[in-house]
Design a protein around this ligand. Structure first.
Ligand SMILES: Cc1ncc(COP(=O)(O)O)c(C=O)c1O
Length: 412
């Protein structure tokens, strides 16, 4: 059976040769990296770009680089580059802060943009920071948080009507990899005059999001997953052009001021998306992200999506053949699958550790999820088959039950 799968991997890799971008990344030999949805791999140009920023721009040119290298303009310049990957025309995305902080800005701003409306709707299965910060922003603005799955959101939105201020959802579930119906939830919110915000952490860079085309109002996301910006890379914030004048975000800082160097005692927000900025950005990380995004030069996200679906679809095929009893938590329907396959297993933590010991790197998510992310840029179908075969070896050999794989690390 494995020889059939091997031949199929070879054929699929030949079919998708045009989107094999592995040469744009530095990856350790022998590793199948299935954790690009946690920390993306290192693109080849980043180390030299960062060395130039450190040695020349900072070391030699010192303060002059704020103007000469346009450090000041980096958040909106890099924002436009991210915008191109999520279907946002220039001038609507700024790279700044963390996803958490940007979501706080969004929820408070949405409350102010929809005065008199009471409810913010979100998914109870959201990544926890989204739940925490939505609750915090709601507390500060008097909104009430209601938890409803994205699948049930359109119906609930219609019931809430003009009580709803904001529907705030992740486009892909971080745990199961389910891709939600962004256009349907967005349309439902607009039908009652509410706003939507989408957390794009698990979709940007691997599937078309088309923010402008779907008339999304607000969005947030991080730079360190599929965008490969590096550990702690700055996040981004999208505010559709039509809302920017009304986007009154709560963290008034000098970087978001209309005239930052006038040193005025009163705050006046910058025109456009720059009002999403707060304080001085971490430029080493910002410029590492900018260099990393060069890996996307000449790449069409729709082509990456086709490759991603082929990789995850083929992985499901391998599991069906080699491990038919395994419980898959990710939808099999292409239209409902992000760029990840999650497996439920009672020994999930040990399974992940045993896989890592065999060179297949994924991660564990509570309570029982083996989470495998498939970055289409640097993975092949041959890698996918290897991952499935190593999983068979782990489970057949009971390797996941070894005591050394039970010890929980700080980061799982
Ligand atoms: C959906 C989602 N939102 C937010 C975050 C994290 O936010 P932050 O960039 O503030 O750490 C994650 C991290 O994994 C995530 O998966």
């Amino acid at each position: 059976m494995s020889s059939v799968l091997t031949a199929r991997a070879r054929d699929l890799d030949a079919d998708h040769a045009g989107t094999d971008l592995r040469s744009r990344f530095v990856l350790p030999e022998g590793v199948v990296y299935l954790d690009g949805n946690s920390l993306g791999a290192l693109p080849t140009g980043v180390a030299d770009a960062v060395a130039d920023v450190v040695h020349r721009q900072w070391g030699e040119r010192l303060i002059a680089s704020w103007n000469e290298a346009d450090w000041w303009g980096a958040p909106t310049r890099v924002g436009d580059r991210v915008g191109a990957l999520v279907g946002a025309a220039p001038g609507q995305v700024v790279c700044t802060d963390s996803t958490t902080v940007n979501l706080f800005k969004v929820v408070v701003a949405a409350a102010r943009m929809r005065p008199g409306r009471r409810v913010v709707l979100t998914d109870p299965a959201s990544f926890p920071t989204d739940l925490y910060v939505t609750a915090a922003a709601a507390r500060d603005t008097g909104l009430v948080v209601e938890h409803v799955s994205p699948a049930d959101a359109p119906a609930r939105i219609a019931e809430l009507g003009d009580d709803l201020a904001l529907a705030s959802y992740s486009s892909v579930d971080y745990r199961t990899g389910e891709l939600w119906d962004l256009p349907a939830v967005t349309r439902a919110a607009h039908a009652v005059g509410a706003l939507v915000c989408w957390d794009l952490c698990h979709s940007a860079g691997v599937l078309p999001v088309d923010l402008d085309a779907h008339e999304v109002d607000l969005a947030v996301g991080c730079g360190y997953k599929y965008l490969n910006g590096g550990p702690g890379a700055p996040a981004y914030l999208y505010v559709a052009q039509r809302h920017q004048n009304a986007f009154d975000q709560p963290l008034s800082g000098w970087n978001g001021h209309a005239t930052p160097f006038a040193m005025a005692p009163e705050f006046a927000p910058a025109a456009g998306i720059a009002r999403g900025r707060v304080g001085t950005p971490p430029l080493l990380s910002m410029l590492a992200l900018e260099a990393a995004l060069a890996a996307y030069d000449d790449v069409d996200v729709a082509d990456l999506r086709a490759r991603s679906l082929s990789l995850t679809g083929y992985f499901l095929e391998c599991l069906d053949t080699l491990l038919p009893d395994l419980e898959v938590a990710t939808p099999r329907d292409d239209a409902r699958r992000g760029s990840q396959v999650s497996i439920r297993h009672e020994g999930a933590y040990g399974v992940v550790q045993a896989l890592i010991a065999r060179g297949v790197v994924g991660d564990f998510r509570e309570a029982d999820i083996v989470r495998l992310g498939f970055s289409p840029m640097y993975l092949t179908h041959a890698d996918v088959l290897r991952a499935a075969e190593e999983l068979v070896a782990v489970l057949d050999g009971g390797e996941h039950e070894r005591p050394e794989f039970a010890e929980r690390a700080q980061v799982t």
